[in-house]
Ligand binder design. Structure first.
Ligand code: SF4
Length: 123
C-alpha cells in the first residue's frame, strides 16, 4: 500500500513567537557551565532547554509526555540536584538560556504525571 512520503517539516505552520522560544532553547550547547555554577549541582537549565525546544514545536508533540518524564527521571538518577531557583545557571549561561525553561519543564512534568495517573499507566 502506498501511504505517501513523510510530511514536509516546512509545511507545518508555527507562530513566530513559538519558533523564537524553541530556537532560543535550542541554542544550548551542553557546555555544563550551568551545572558547575549551581550550588545544588542541578542540571535543570540544560535539561529544560532540551525539553523546551522539542515540546514547543509541533514535531515534538508525539512523545511529549514520555520525553519529559524520561529526561527528568534520568536527571535525578544521574545524581544531579534539584533546582531551588537561585538563578546562577541563567547568569553564567553563554547562550543566555532563560530560567523560564525550568518552569516549563516542571509544568510539563506535572502534566505528564497527571496524564499517566488518569490513564492508569502510572510509573
Ligand atoms: S550553561 Fe547554557 S549552554 Fe551551557 S549547558 Fe547550561 S543551558 Fe546549555
Amino acid at each position: 500500500m502506498n501511504v505517501g512520503g513523510a510530511p514536509d517539516g516546512n509545511a507545518v505552520l508555527i507562530s513566530k513567537n513559538t519558533v523564537e522560544q524553541a530556537m532560543d532553547a535550542a541554542a544550548c550547547i551542553a557546555c555544563g557551565a550551568c551545572v558547575a555554577a549551581c550550588k545544588n549541582a542541578s542540571a535543570a537549565l540544560f535539561t529544560s532547554a532540551k525539553i523546551s525546544h522539542l515540546t514547543l514545536l509541533a514535531q515534538g508533540q508525539l512523545e511529549r509526555s514520555e520525553r519529559v518524564v524520561n529526561m527528568v527521571e534520568r536527571h535525578d538518577a544521574e545524581g544531579f540536584g534539584s533546582c531551588s531557583n537561585e538563578g546562577e545557571c541563567e547568569a553564567v549561561c553563554p547562550k543566555e538560556i532563560s530560567i523560564t525553561n525550568i518552569a516549563r519543564m516542571n509544568r510539563e512534568y506535572f502534566k505528564a504525571m497527571l496524564l499517566s495517573r488518569e490513564s492508569g499507566t502510572e510509573r
